[in-house]
Design a protein around this ligand. Structure first.
Ligand SMILES: [Zn+2]
Length: 239
């Protein structure tokens, strides 16, 4: 006869976790899952942001940028990289809400299209430079960038114009607000020596919210931003 019946628990039973322990383990596991999920999301966001912070200019070639555009249709035959399609539409919408009439005149350009545009610009400038092709090419480089040096080949740059002719106030609005959508005025007035390009009020470049916010707040160019944050040898001193 076994007198230990009823409330008796065997050693095996005692090793089984009680309901409180089980609940605690479940809560911990859930917390860990949430934490890992948040970290993964943050990393993917950072990776998304970092992907578009690419420097292309006359001495940093598209081919060496390591950037491959994921082209998406914008309508009217224009294409941009997937990262800036939505922000661009939001920027244009906000610009319209502010009372302006922006129109997109350029977005992604293939190497061939950039080549054709460059040659057409050189031809147009030849007369102005008395047939001096080298001088015309240098001027064209400052105006539209030579093939392989244009941000339009990244699909991260757009040219905007005003349909109703009120260019100045619209460009002013864009300069002050584009950063909210991840865009910067890429070739600002006074930045010609740093960017290598003439002041271009309608050329906006997508660099993501974080970089755009800092570039706007510090009133610097993308070259200076890259020098500050991405190159150990470069130093920018603000007075
Ligand atoms: Zn442009």
């Amino acid at each position: 006869m076994d007198g230990l019946s009823g409330t008796h628990t065997s050693p095996a039973d005692r090793r089984r976790p009680g309901p409180i322990v089980k609940a605690a383990v479940l809560v911990l596991a859930l917390a860990l899952l949430v934490f890992v999920g948040i970290r993964l999301y943050a990393w993917s966001e950072q990776a998304r942001e970092a992907r578009v912070v690419v420097l292309v200019n006359s001495w940093n070639d598209v081919d060496h940028s390591g950037f491959t555009p994921k082209l998406r249709e914008l309508g009217d035959g224009f294409r941009v990289d997937a990262a800036c399609r939505k922000p661009l539409n939001e920027l244009l919408e906000a610009c319209r809400e502010a009372g302006f009439d922006p129109v997109l005149t350029a977005a992604y350009r293939s190497r061939e299209e950039q080549q054709a545009l460059f040659e057409q610009t050189v031809e147009g400038l030849l007369g102005q430079y008395g047939g001096d092709r080298q001088a015309a090419e240098e001027a064209a480089e400052r105006a539209v960038a030579r093939p392989g040096a244009s941000e339009h080949e990244l699909g991260l740059a757009v040219d905007l114009e005003s349909r109703d002719g009120r260019s100045e106030p619209m460009y002013q609005w864009l300069q002050e607000n584009a950063w909210r959508y991840g865009f910067i005025l890429r070739y600002p007035r006074g930045g010609e020596e740093i960017t290598g390009e003439d002041y271009t009020p309608g050329h906006f470049r997508y660099v993501g919210m974080s970089a755009a916010g800092q570039i706007y707040a510090l009133q610097i160019t993308l070259e200076e931003y890259m020098g500050m944050f991405f190159s150990e040898s470069a130093q920018i001193i603000f007075e």
